[in-house]
Design a protein. Structure first.
Ligand code: PLP
Length: 372
């Protein structure tokens, strides 16, 4: 064994240990094995996937793409076609749009480009964790200001931290996991005063009341992130886009080392979904109707508080300890995302709005917990 190599690898591994990675936890397949039940019995409400999308129509489009595509070629014209479709969808010129390999890759790309060692990235908590992991990987510092008790931004506290060292501001609206949209006036104040790049993560905006994409020209330092994983139900394919003024959009395109970050198959499927936009619209309408009923039913359970939502998931807080609720629900085959303590609430969970039958199973299981 080459000794220098062994030493080098040990040091590398030590350094890599300090970098946190995202862990998805137990999968439905593993849970089904553990419980010795068929996977169809598992109620998966932990990843904010949009099950309201008509699967047979989506599969039909997928087969069309398979027939049309030549897998031997690099994806070149596809990108341009998707950009054209997105300009129609968003009513924004082409040079404002950057295609990426879903939201996570775009976040990673933006942070690699704009955050360097010892730079400060500012955000709020609780919120989506991936930007923090990306900033830490860059050896930057991630500073989080707690949200106010009503889940809105603490604007004065955030403004007080702006300095020449703060290079990135990450805002998420609707926010994961609180599911509310931030006041647009607060976003405007922060974005206009921030001395660096502002990411506004709108992964869930199709389920919400407003989007900043139509106002992008007002914010030269803003990058709005959108994804096909949620409203369009393409989480498996990994497709997303950023909306930014041409100066920033060009940097995101030109300063990315990968010339073809997204597969042509994926891009063509994105085009099909935009050409058949009623699939998404019907799903979003059904989901938001179900969301209202779901929140009402959850709030009727003794010891459960569900908050209003502008996303495809609902935040709940339970009277019973989060660890206990989590474990017991798993035994019922129900998977939620456990948050635990969140601001003034002790036992929080993020719950995807599922189909009525899945939601009913969760409600039944939560009621049973009170009797167990
Ligand atoms: C707020 C937020 N942003 C971005 C993403 C990334 O999603 P994707 O990489 O599938 O586009 C997620 C995923 O859950 C999210 O909740």
């Amino acid at each position: 064994m080459n000794e220098l190599y062994s030493k080098w690898l040990e040091q590398k591994k030590l350094k890599l240990q300090t970098i946190d990675c995202y862990s998805a936890g137990v999968t439905p397949e593993k849970l089904a094995q553990q419980l010795n039940v068929d996977i169809s019995k598992i109620v998966k409400l932990n990843f904010n996937e949009n099950i309201f999308i008509n699967r047979s129509r989506q599969t039909f489009l997928l087969k069309q793409v398979a027939d049309e595509i030549d897998l031997r070629m690099y994806p070149e014209d596809e990108v341009q076609k998707l950009v054209e479709k997105l300009t129609e969808y968003l009513n924004i010129p082409e040079d404002y749009i950057v295609i990426g390999n879903a939201g996570d890759e775009l976040l990673d790309r933006i942070i690699r480009i704009f955050v360097e060692k010892d730079d400060i990235a500012l955000s709020f908590e609780p919120s989506f964790v991936i930007p923090q992991l990306c900033v830490k990987r860059q050896e930057g510092e991630y500073v989080k200001v707690p949200l106010k008790n009503n889940f809105q931004l603490d604007v004065p506290a955030m403004l007080a931290l702006f300095s020449e060292k703060t290079h990135l501001l990450y805002l998420c609206s609707p926010n994961n996991p609180t599911s509310n949209q931030m006041n647009p006036e607060d976003i405007e104040i922060l974005a206009k005063a921030f001395p660096g790049i502002v990411i506004l993560d709108e992964a869930y905006s199709e389920f919400a009341n407003y989007s900043f994409t139509s106002r992008i020209r007002e914010f030269p330092n803003m990058i709005i992130l959108r994804t096909f994983s949620k409203a369009f139900g393409l989480a498996m394919l990994r497709l997303g886009y950023a909306v930014a003024n041409p100066e920033i959009a060009e940097i995101l395109t030109k300063k990315a080392p990968q010339p073809y970050p997204v597969s042509g198959f994926t891009i063509r499927m994105g085009i099909k979904m935009l050409e058949n936009i009623d699939i998404m619209q019907t799903a979003v309408a059904a989901l938001t109707t179900e969301r209202g009923k779901f929140i009402k039913a959850l709030n009727q359970i003794e010891g459960v508080q569900a908050f209003d939502s502008q996303a495809d998931f609902v935040l709940i807080n339970t009277k019973l300890p989060a660890d206990l609720v989590y474990e017991k629900l798993l035994k019922h085959g129900v998977m939620l995302k456990k948050w635990g303590k969140l601001l003034q609430y002790e036992n929080c969970f993020r719950v995807t709005v599922g189909l009525p039958e899945s939601n009913a199973k969760l409600i039944e299981a939560l009621k049973q917990l009170n009797e167990e």
